[in-house]
Write a protein that binds this ligand. Structure first.
Ligand code: PEP
Length: 256
């Protein structure tokens, strides 16, 4: 059984008070839906306040990044054990981190390991750039990203993968449902080769890249897609709710 997941990546948006207001706006509607995992990922500074606010709610909390060391002289960084007290999920290897903060496959691998070591569930992001897509290199790129991110790691059922073509993130130019389904199918095959069929059937793989209330149906109707990682549209309560509601109606639960 793969439970669908809609995760909202708020990126570097919302102050603490704005985050609280947004959660208060979303919470009643989100709590009405119980067959989809609903995850929100506000900025670090709001995690403590939001974790208090969603106590008793079915909304789950995630962070947008992590550092791989447990503690020490790493000014400005946030460690796995700090996050483990506050949230259940953590986004790792988002393309904005790879692009603006030079995160390599090796760093992403260390982050995935450090998250798993403290029981955090990684939402591992992979995806090709526009030029790579146009050169027909999508499969090669995502396979290499998977290889480096998961190098030396045993399969863990708490892992989630988000396929996010870089050209579709924040651009308003989403992939088509068929394109996303095809690449996610390839990712599942790679997982099957590395970890076996059972793992591939169990693993949740999300699509991310300009998902909105208007195109959700197109993605959720695809057999390989187990949900979405949503950026811009997750900052509008009505949009995010609509995406979750549509996902719930189309396939609240998938059988693997
Ligand atoms: C993201 O930040 O992961 C994302 C998919 O953003 P957007 O939905 O805005 O394209």
């Amino acid at each position: 059984m793969r439970v669908m997941m809609i995760a909202g990546n708020w990126k570097m948006n919302t102050t603490v008070s704005e985050a609280i207001a947004l959660v208060n706006e979303m919470r009643p509607g989100l709590d009405e839906i119980d067959n989809v995992d609903k995850v929100i990922c506000p900025p670090f500074v709001s995690l403590a306040a939001v974790s208090e606010l969603i106590k008793g709610s079915s909304i789950k909390l995630g962070a947008q990044n992590i550092y791989f060391e447990e503690k020490g002289a790493y000014t400005g960084e946030i460690s796995p054990i700090m996050l483990a007290e506050l949230c259940e999920f953590v986004i790792i290897g988002h393309s904005e981190r790879r692009q603006y903060f030079n995160e390599t496959g090796e760093i992403v691998n260390k982050k995935v390991r450090s998250a798993l070591a403290v029981g955090l569930k990684p939402i591992l992001c992979i995806g090709e750039k526009l030029a790579e897509n146009e050169a027909g290199r999508t499969e090669e790129v995502v396979t290499e990203q998977l290889r480096s991110s998961l190098a030396g790691l045993d399969y863990q059922s708490s892992l989630i993968i988000a396929y996010e073509p870089v050209w579709a993130i924040g651009t308003g130019k989403a992939a088509t449902g068929e394109q996303a389904n095809e690449t996610i199918g390839l990712i599942r095959q790679t997982i099957s080769q590395k970890y076996g069929k059972g793992a591939a059937q169990e693993l949740r793989i999300l699509y991310g890249g300009s998902v909105t209330a208007d195109n959700t149906t197109e993605f959720m109707q695809q057999p390989e897609i187990d949900g979405a990682l949503v950026g811009g549209a997750s900052l509008k309560a009505e949009q995010f709710l609509s995406i979750v509601r549509q996902t719930s109606a189309i396939k609240g639960r998938l059988s693997g």
